[in-house]
Write a protein that binds this ligand. Structure first.
Ligand SMILES: C[S@@+](CC[C@H](N)C(=O)[O-])C[C@H]1O[C@@H](n2cnc3c(N)ncnc32)[C@H](O)[C@@H]1O
Length: 318
């Protein structure tokens, strides 16, 4: 991650999308108004879009309040966050001292500095909380962890200046997204096996009912002509959730941790689901025809049928 140009994610995050970013970029709508990312995590796709100047307006949200506070602190008080991090020594004693602090008793910049410090110095660099929502990862014993990446923090702050940053559950995007906006959902994945556990991002986990609600939200957005892209695991559950209606399901290869401690890595396929055709040519034709952003009302079950749908429509209209 440190190899990426700035601004890049300032946290290491479970399910971070840095290595899937190419595949996701290829599937972006050619044109869109505001960009929404309701499971923002470390925001890998947001920073990539920003670097490539694809974003005019953005709304980033997540249910994790500490994470959202870190974004707010960097956007509004970056100098203070950097100053505090400069004063943090790298030692096991200090790690446990700062870990024991109640984040909600700290100021906003202190809370962000604590999170960044622990994220970069904790074992495996993961954010994990216990049942009471407390960070419980042991010290990581790195040689020289880069918890003070001044240049990146300044660039991240710059990138966030006109961004709306909200702590909220994903459903609330329905109230914010307007026709022509683009929403990218990267939810906690449906586990690929019984032992794999990708769901413990926050104390309550993300259950099947949440995946079903997310599908309903995707349908609601489609009805409002909002572009939707979603990534998830290549599982029967996900395929059947998005099988019908107007969703296109694409397989992509990812190099991903396939068990819960991240030690075992392998190439696995993941799914990228969109409610619009991903092919540039088809999108351009739609735009040229000043057609609605989407053709979802015509209910075509797979990607190949977008073209057929369009030619049938052309025939009807001539
Ligand atoms: C797979 S991670 C996102 C990773 C992100 N794309 C990245 O590049 O780092 C999932 C995120 O969803 C958030 N989350 C879990 N349940 C949520 C909910 N009900 N509403 C909104 N966000 C939620 C978690 O806090 C976590 O940050």
């Amino acid at each position: 991650m440190g190899d990426l140009p700035v601004p890049r994610p300032f946290l290491k995050w479970a399910g971070g999308k840095a290595q899937l970013a190419d595949a996701l970029m290829e599937r972006a709508p050619i044109r869109f108004h505001a960009y929404h990312e309701p499971f923002v995590g470390s925001g890998a796709l947001f920073f990539r879009l920003y670097r490539e100047r694809r974003i005019d307006r953005a709304v980033l949200s997540d249910i994790n309040a500490e994470l959202i506070d870190a974004y707010l602190a960097i956007r509004d008080h970056v100098a203070e966050v950097i100053r505090i991090l400069t004063e943090f020594p790298y030692s096991k004693e200090f790690y446990y001292e700062i870990r024991s602090k109640d984040p909600w008793a700290l100021s906003l910049p202190e809370r962000a500095a604590r999170m960044i410090y622990m994220n970069k110095t904790a074992y495996n660099g993961l954010y994990r909380v216990n049942q009471r929502g407390q960070f419980n990862v042991p010290f990581g014993r790195y040689k020289s962890p880069n918890y003070l990446d001044r240049e990146n923090l300044l660039e991240v702050s710059q990138a966030l200046q006109n961004v709306e940053i909200i702590c909220a559950p994903f459903e609330t995007v329905l109230d914010r997204a307007k026709p022509g906006d683009w929403v990218y959902f990267d939810p906690p994945y449906v586990p690929v096996s019984r032992t794999a556990n990708f769901t413990s991002y926050y104390a309550n986990g993300f259950r099947l009912q949440d995946q079903e609600r997310l599908r309903e939200v995707c349908i609601g957005l489609s009805r409002n002509n909002v572009y939707v892209m979603l990534s998830n695991s290549d599982t029967v559950i996900v395929r059947s959730l998005y099988a019908a209606l107007h969703f296109a399901i694409d397989e992509v290869l990812a190099n991903r941790a396939i068990n819960c401690n991240g030690a075992k890595r392998d190439k696995v396929t993941e799914l990228v689901i969109t409610n619009y055709p991903v092919e540039r040519a088809v999108q351009l034709r739609l735009l040229e025809q000043r057609a609605p952003y989407l053709v979802f009302r015509e209910h075509h079950p797979d990607r190949a049928s977008w073209e057929t749908a369009l030619s049938h429509r052309d025939e009807r209209e001539t």
